[in-house]
Design a protein around this ligand. Sequence first.
Ligand code: FES
Ligand code: FES
Length: 159
Amino acid sequence: MEKTVRFKLNGQEVGVESPPERMLLWILRADLGHTGTKYGCGEGFCGACTVLVDGKPVFSCQYPLAKAEGKDVLTIEGLAKGGRLHPLQQAFLEHDALQCGYCTPGMILQAYGLLLRKPHPTEAEIAAALEGNLCRCGSYNRIVAAVQTAAKGMKGARP
Ligand code: FES
Ligand code: FES
């Protein structure tokens, strides 16, 4: 049965009419046109679908719409501000931390979640935080380096 579920998407109030058990991934991509959130495995094994909910990374393919009620959802589309890339996005570019780019939105949001809870992570902490986000292009070393660079440039840059 359909229900209207309201939440904030990248700072804007949205109301979605849908069966509340549908996964947030499909609401974001199919209903709201936020296709930066990627479908990889659909089973919680790859992290391509990572978004932040109330500042915490979640795999949106495993997150029913009902749980998003009243919460703040951040997708990759909401990270740049005023036409300027977020320091994490900038650092990924500077370090060439992507090849096909399919894992990149999820990686960046997972990294952002880490920097919100731990602004100065060690290399090991970055690797551990990104463990559930797979990169089939094998860009891991450059991704970790990008996160280290972004951590240095994040002061005052949080949305
Ligand atoms: S698509 Fe969600 S974890 Fe793979
Ligand atoms: S850059 Fe291709 S999957 Fe990571």
